[in-house]
Design a protein around this ligand. Structure first.
Ligand code: B1N
Length: 811
């Protein structure tokens, strides 16, 4: 199928000469400059356009194939996307890497120089946002008709600078110089209402008219999401808030009141101004609820518009549409679809409810109580008055259902209600469970704990609704792009590169773990990656902990380990030791003071060790600034040891654990999240396990947990905490110590000894480098399951019930 034939459009060429021609043409006619005066920026923009054009052609064919087959669609709603840098990915996915390099060279630049100008859109916080990006990648790779919807924040996750004083935050104006990967689509703009009041509709029990008090426009633009090794190119559609023309107050402007004249417009556009920089916590702020509703309102209207292109009426809607809610952030969509169907399209309530419930599915990403979103009823009532009425009605009918199943069980009604009492709150997770067809957790343990704890009443009522879909990661970005050396060796070893699309094929590496020359090359690649990273001695054990800073993840446990190593070296300087480079990277929410104290403490410990000539030959602590997808791609290939040391039962899944294991790092970890599944696959002899399990951890307080006891009974722990308490590592260190000694919410001290003993085993294994390298190869070989392609196959088969729609080739 060649869409261009009908309109006589020239086909974009596959040769280096043709690519070069297009590059020059873009340089002259779109960029408006010449070869002689082209800057690196000109070259970057022009190269990006030239690559983008090749994907745009595939995008047009994809859209045509989707239109022709009128398929069932997946719509992924997420407040966050961490897509990563686009240029290298799009060169790979369009197969233009080599010809592009040649063409760019002729302009006097190298691809690597231009890749440095390719800024990643940091439209997310951490794992949840990056998961969304991996899933859209895999949906395209699996030819699933899908659109990802999100918010185009002007300012992404803050830029972090680490100094001896800890973290400072700067705004991330990521698109300051433009974003060549984006297609604005102002024609598809939507209108969103907020505030106001509702009015009854005469003769109707359920219909209402909502008269909003504020109107904001949502303007979409999209980024292309190509599949790997297939023709499909899907999109992620991101909404920007724009003030309507009417919000500019011309009369005030004319009277010289310039600030007042634009006040309303500024307020409207603030909706998509900045990403909330919190992760795994909930910040009950009005602007955040506004963002959520803005995303949902724009996206649902767009989904309905798209449905109407090929379908009439509402009968087919739930058959043609599945909307996946990425955590509770877009859950207001359930009330919004009801509002659209009942109020605007005048469907009967029961029919609307049947359609709504069939359309949505919900993924929960946490167990932490502080991350379960709730909104004060009074805030909801003011901002979204009609939605609150709809939620009340949904709740009443739902509680009737519960009452029928469990008559007289008032306590159960209270527990399950969508509205919590004292203070009155809307519980978004309850709305998400009630209004969807399927609910899933993100790793086996997490899904089980959801059923047994936070959502137990719901699991009892609707057992079939609850499922597990273990997370995964894109093998393209986190192996092929991040680690080209290892990728080439794997391809050579397996005799094929099909593993990039079919990651379970990595199993074929198992037999190569016994091949001494293969092991030698494997080890040499790890070393070369460490040289590239330039974080420390490439022959030292590179021990990495890269993730958001949160007390439940227990960076503080790692710090206690580092301080203990420091003490041991000082006490016995002559002994032969395993040299280690401990690398921390990650951001803390700006208002999360305890996490920022831990960052500052690490910076102080790093400086103290650096200055100490006795210790520094064996131990180095590094903390590069501004951890993001781009930096992760540099660190992960260089890691020997992967720290996954959260308190069991707290990390829903983790995905960094998968990225590191797939790149041959060996995990030291607890029985938490997906660690358990990694260990089951790589084998217990290839995984360093320590600590309490989730049930032991949950029972610890019940049985009486006194952190002081551990302090008293463990001299090394005592020495570390005393050093912190003394102020030797600054005031942050004192605060960290006092928090650990007084309450220790995440049982750090309880797991200290087990963790230290386990680190001794790590060093034993490291001494035997042949053994270590074997373990490393086997980690990669057995982690193929953690491809997000498998995750998507699971969602497609068990939750979405969608089939792929192949896009025909161009010749
Ligand atoms: O989602 C990831 C998991 O791998 C991690 O274990 C989990 O911690 C993470 C509120 C969150 N859960 N909840 C959030 C993010 C932002 C926000 O404002 C909560 N992130 C996770 C992918 O499943």
């Amino acid at each position: 199928m060649d869409l261009r034939q009908g309109i006589g459009l020239r086909k974009l060429g596959k040769t280096a000469e043709e690519f070069q021609q297009d590059l020059l043409s873009n340089l002259y006619y779109r960029r408006g400059t010449t070869v002689e005066s082209a800057s690196a920026r000109d070259a970057y923009e022009t190269l990006s356009q030239t690559v983008r054009d090749r994907l745009a052609e595939r995008r047009a064919r994809t859209a045509a194939a989707h239109y022709a087959s009128n398929p069932r669609w997946v719509y992924y709603l997420s407040a966050e996307y961490l897509l990563g840098a686009q240029l290298e990915q799009n060169l790979l996915y369009s197969g233009t890497g080599e010809i592009a390099a040649e063409a760019v060279k002729a302009l006097g630049f190298s691809i690597e120089d231009l890749e440095d100008l390719d800024i990643e859109p940091g439209l997310g916080n951490g794992g949840l946002g990056r998961l969304a990006a991996c899933l859209v990648d895999s949906m395209a790779t699996r030819d699933i008709p899908a659109v990802g919807y999100g918010i185009r924040y002007d300012l992404g996750i803050f830029r972090q600078i680490i100094t001896e004083n800890g973290q400072t935050e700067l705004p991330d104006d990521w698109a300051f110089q433009g974003n060549p990967w984006e297609f604005p689509a102002p024609d598809d703009r939507q209108t969103v209402g907020f505030y106001g009041h509702t009015e009854p509709v005469p003769g109707s029990q359920t219909r209402k008219v909502w008269v909003p008090g504020e109107i904001v426009l949502g303007e979409p633009s999209h980024m292309l999401v190509p599949g790997y090794g297939t023709e499909t190119v899907n999109i992620v559609r991101l909404w920007s808030a724009k003030a309507s023309e009417a919000s500019f107050d011309l009369s005030r402007f004319s009277a010289g009141q310039y600030a007042e004249a634009v006040q309303e417009a500024v307020r409207a556009e603030n909706i998509s101004k900045v990403l909330y920089p919190d992760d795994s916590t909930e910040l009950g702020r009005e602007l955040r609820l506004k963002q959520q509703y803005f995303l949902v309102s724009c996206s649902l209207r767009d989904i309905i518009r798209r449905f109407r292109l090929r379908n009439e009426g509402w009968d087919g809607f739930a058959e043609k549409t599945v909307i996946q809610l990425n955590d509770t952030h877009p859950t207001i969509a359930i009330a919004e679809l009801m509002r659209l169907l009942v109020d605007e399209y005048e469907l009967e309530w029961d029919r609307a409810w049947e359609i709504t419930r069939k359309t949505f599915a919900y993924t929960c990403h946490t167990l932490l109580p502080e991350a379960l979103e709730t909104w004060p009823v009074h805030l909801f009532e003011r901002l979204l008055p009609r939605h609150l009425e709809i939620i009340y009605l949904i709740n009443m009918l739902f509680l009737r259902e519960v009452e029928a199943r469990f008559p007289g069980d008032d306590d159960r009604l209270r527990r399950m209600s969508i509205i919590g009492e004292e203070p009155r709150m809307v519980r978004m997770a309850h709305l998400a469970v009630v209004g969807t067809e399927a609910v899933n957790g993100v790793a086996e343990l997490h899904s089980k704990l959801l059923r047994e704890t936070v959502l137990d009443d719901f699991a009892e009522l609707w057992p079939a609704k609850f499922q597990n879909v273990t997370n995964g990661i894109s093998p393209r970005r986190f192996v092929r792009i991040a680690n080209p050396r290892l990728s080439d060796l794997i391809t050579e070893g397996l005799g094929t590169d099909t593993w990039i699309r079919d990651l379970e094929r990595l199993e074929g590496l198992e037999r190569l773990a016994d091949d001494a020359s293969f092991r030698e090359r494997w080890q040499a690649i790890k070393r070369a990656n460490k040289v590239d990273l330039a974080a420390g001695d490439p022959d030292s054990l590179t021990d990495v902990m890269i993730k958001r800073f949160h007390e439940y993840k227990r960076q503080q446990l790692k710090v206690l380990h580092v301080i203990t190593l420091y003490h041991r070296i000082r006490q016995d300087p002559g002994r032969d030791r395993v040299p280690r480079t401990v690398l921390f990277a990650g951001k803390a929410a700006p208002a999360y003071h305890a996490a920022k104290d831990i960052i500052r403490l690490i910076a102080t410990v790093a400086a103290t060790i650096e200055k100490d000539p006795v210790v520094s030959p064996y131990l180095k602590v590094v903390f590069p600034s501004n951890y993001n997808v781009t930096l992760a791609e540099k660190i992960i290939p260089a890691a020997d040891l992967s720290e996954q040391i959260s308190l069991a039962g707290k990390e829903a899944s983790g995905t960094g654990n998968m990225k590191l294991a797939l790149n041959g790092a060996i995990t030291i970890g607890t029985m938490d999240g997906a660690n358990i599944e990694i260990r089951a696959r790589v084998g217990e002899e290839n995984f360093f396990l320590f600590g309490l399990d989730a049930y032991e951890a949950a029972n610890a307080r019940i049985n009486g947990y006194f952190p002081h006891r551990y302090y008293e009974h463990d001299p090394e722990l005592r020495a570390a905490l005393d050093a912190l308490g003394s102020g030797a590592f600054g005031e942050s260190g004192q605060r960290v110590a006092s928090s650990l000694m007084s309450w220790d919410e995440y049982l750090t001290l309880a797991d200290f000894r087990s963790y230290l003993d386990c680190q001794e085993q790590v060093e034993q294994a490291w001494h035997d480098r042949e053994r270590w390298t074997r373990m490393s190869i086997l980690n990669t070989a057995h982690c193929g399951f953690f491809s997000s392609d498998r995750t998507i196959a699971d969602y497609a088969a068990r939750i979405w019930r969608v089939a792929p729609v192949p896009v025909p080739h161009d010749d």
